[in-house]
Write a protein that binds this ligand. Structure first.
Ligand code: WT7
Length: 678
């Protein structure tokens, strides 16, 4: 078992200044233990601005939960209006930096004070209203990392429209499916965005997607390219083409804004759906995870103060894209609700070189930095000269999220980026949990490289066997959450049965040790001798590629969608940078193999074609890294693909060579048949 016993004790100077002190932490653990509902009710009363106070802390009708449900509030008020009375109004809320930098001096940089951000949000919220967007409508966002993305999310929240942000790396088809599933009435996009020196053709993808979405009435387009596209990209490989606007449907963002608007935030029920975020599961179709307002607002705020220790003079940078939950909770809602200065960068970490992030940290004096292990490993591989060329002494806390962080990457992050003085918060959570569930608390919890350590106060997690019984320390089990919590997903959009089956049926209760249903995370874990938790990774058919969650079935369906493919099976194999890479076994239709001139060159061409086919259907980040053609797939007698076997074959692919044929796989299959059949 991977197990690093190094322990980094919290430093006293950090602890003395931290938001959360040990005594308060102990008290919180105790109150959650003794009076769960009162514990949460107290936090919700003291930490949220209510338009109408709640009287009912929670309603738990397993597996459906409501929190603070008769109260009314608006999360845009927590993030903006709340700060306007005091000095925070003139404090910088957002610092944004565009990617283009080589021939633009200085880099594109914009800042917004809280007062300015509030004005922008009001202006666009009222603009959305004039486009006919009402409380309860869904609005899809397909945007680059630009301030207008943050403003759009907050503007939707302000009028009670439920947003669904689709990561800009998704294909037009994925976007279409999400728009249709959410029945979005409006799409907000930009005519481009910059990534690794190229222009993302977002508007072109929107046009393609929306042509098949009768639900969409309007498209709002931010002019991101404007003049910069030409000046910054004279030398770029991307052709600059004028934006096509469909009259009657498309509107420029700048024209939608109602200047001078002071539109009040709508009073929304605590449970009002704030957003839908699609995430991969074990079946082919992504699930629309629905989050509510009050519980989510509460937990993203508290975790920003407890885990990230955000304080008034911090400059905070979470590198996640707003298209993922980390961007929702820890770029937008959480930090803005604490009145933080949030730094946001549009582009790639390695553009124009691997020093970009570190120069940003030096220039902006970033004090809190939150990123993913896959990025840390990529930087580590490039060598220390990049971070060492910048002054990183402003950093005081580092965070990690998205996948287990291997102790080697942890140590590098700690020593080279944090000069050995910054605590690292290894935050375990999921799209479904809304906010961080497990993490060391800086200044309180001893750090262990590779362990997310303990659940936060109020969060009840356990590592159990298939009967729901806690496993002994040191043994592997399944990670479950045993009590409902305020920021949990409320349902799967349009499919409550799926919500029930996916999350609450593995440990359904009441049966055996399980008195009430447990939420099943899909992760495997173990507890060490100190009761600290180590998350090992997914135990379902979901793989985590560079911190992106991808369902193996999704990739399989994309492959089978290609006219040459008969069948496919996808597994994840370990990768030193991405954590996991995608390995696809593909059987071809007979007519393809029988084609005249079918040879290795054609095979390689087809493999490349299949890889880009998957990119076109799902998005580039889901492209398989390896394609292996085989004449059949090993199956059990009941017809189930033997993934465990395929994983073994894929993991040992070097020794087997690249031209493994049908025989290899089927021979192995028959050898293993008896043991895997049951
Ligand atoms: C899955 C959730 C919400 C964070 C971004 C990913 C894995 C996440 C950790 C961590 C070990 C982690 C889990 C989880 N994961 N953080 N600190 N240590 N594993 O959100 O796309 O919903 O993926 O990411 O496997 O189930 P997501």
């Amino acid at each position: 078992m991977i197990f690093n016993t190094r322990v980094v004790e919290p430093s006293k100077p950090f602890a003395d200044k931290a938001n959360l002190k040990r005594a308060e932490h102990t008290a919180l653990l105790k109150s959650a233990e003794t009076s769960y509902e009162d514990h949460w009710a107290g936090l919700a009363k003291n930490n949220l601005v209510w338009k109408k106070p709640f009287t009912v802390p929670m309603k738990w009708n397993p597996p459906f939960v409501e929190w603070f449900c008769d109260g009314e509030l608006n999360i845009s008020e927590q993030c903006l209006d709340k700060h306007l009375n005091g000095s925070t109004a003139q404090k910088t809320a957002l610092i944004w930096e565009g990617e283009p930098c080589d021939d633009l001096q200085p880099c594109e940089r914009k800042t917004f004070t809280y007062a300015e951000l509030h004005a922008e949000v009001c202006a666009f919220a009222e603009g959305l209203q004039r486009l006919g967007i009402k409380k309860g409508d869904r609005v899809a966002l397909y945007m680059p990392m630009i301030p207008e993305a943050v403003i759009s999310m907050l503007a939707c929240a302000r009028i009670g429209a439920t947003h669904t942000v689709v990561f800009g790396g998704f294909s037009a088809e994925s976007l279409r499916d999400r728009i249709i599933d959410a029945q979005a009435k409006c799409v907000i996009t930009a005519n481009g965005g910059f990534r690794r020196g190229k222009i993302l053709p977002l508007k072109v993808a929107v046009d393609k997607a929306v042509s098949e979405c009768p639900c969409v009435e309007s498209v709002v387009v931010v002019d991101r390219l404007g003049e910069t596209a030409e000046s910054a990209y004279r030398n770029s490989k991307s052709a600059f083409t004028a934006t096509q606007m469909h009259s009657g449907r498309d509107h420029w963002y700048s024209k939608c804004k109602i200047a001078g608007s002071t539109l009040a935030a709508a009073a929304l029920p605590a449970e009002h759906p704030l957003f839908i975020l699609y995430t991969s599961g074990t079946t082919g179709k992504p699930k629309g995870v629905v989050h509510g307002t009050a519980g989510y607002a509460l937990w993203t705020n508290l975790t920003c103060r407890w885990v990230f220790d955000i304080q008034p003079d911090d400059v905070y940078w979470c590198t996640a894209d707003i298209g993922w939950v980390t961007g929702h909770s820890y770029v937008v809602y959480g930090p803005l609700s604490t009145g933080a200065t949030v730094y946001m960068y549009e582009g790639a970490p390695d553009f124009p070189d691997f020093g970009r992030f570190w120069r940003c940290i030096e220039r902006e004096k970033i004090s809190i930095f939150y990123t993913a292990p896959t990025a840390i490993r990529a930087f580590m591989r490039q060598g220390n000269q990049w971070p060492q060329s910048s002054n990183l002494s402003s950093l005081r806390l580092l965070g990690s999220v998205g996948e287990p962080i291997n102790p080697e990457a942890w140590e590098w992050y700690h020593a080279t980026i944090g000069s050995g003085k910054c605590p690292i918060v290894d935050t375990w959570w999921q799209t479904e949990t809304g906010g961080v569930m497990m993490s060391p608390l800086p200044g309180i919890t001893p750090l262990k490289p590779g362990s997310a350590t303990r659940p936060l106060p109020g969060i009840a997690v356990e590592v159990v066997d298939d009967n729901g019984i806690p496993v002994p320390r040191g043994s592997r089990g399944k990670l479950v959450i045993t009590k409902p919590w305020p920021s949990q997903l409320r349902t799967v959009h349009g499919d409550p049965e799926r919500y029930k089956n996916t999350y609450w049926s593995t440990f359904a209760g009441p049966a055996g040790a399980v008195k009430e249903p447990y939420y099943f995370t899909g992760d495997g874990a173990f507890k060490d001798a100190d009761n600290d938790i180590w998350v090992i990774g997914r135990v379902d058919d979901v793989i985590n590629v560079a911190g992106h969650r991808i369902g193996t079935m999704e990739v399989e369906s994309a492959l089978v969608d290609h006219s040459s493919v008969a069948e496919s099976a996808v597994v994840g194999v370990p990768d030193s940078i991405k954590g996991t890479s995608i390995y696809a076994f593909v059987t071809l239709k007979n007519e393809v193999k029988q084609m005249a001139g079918w040879n290795d060159v054609k095979k390689q061409e087809l493999a490349r074609e299949l890889i880009s086919h998957v990119g076109g259907i799902i998005g580039s980040f889901a492209k398989p890294d390896h394609i292996r053609f085989t004449d059949s797939l090993p199956k059990t007698r009941s017809g189930k693909i033997m993934r465990r076997l395929l994983k073994d074959v894929a993991t040992g692919h070097e020794s087997l060579g690249d031209t493994t044929t049908l025989e290899d796989v089927s021979v192995l299959a028959s050898l293993r048949q008896s043991s895997d059949d049951e």
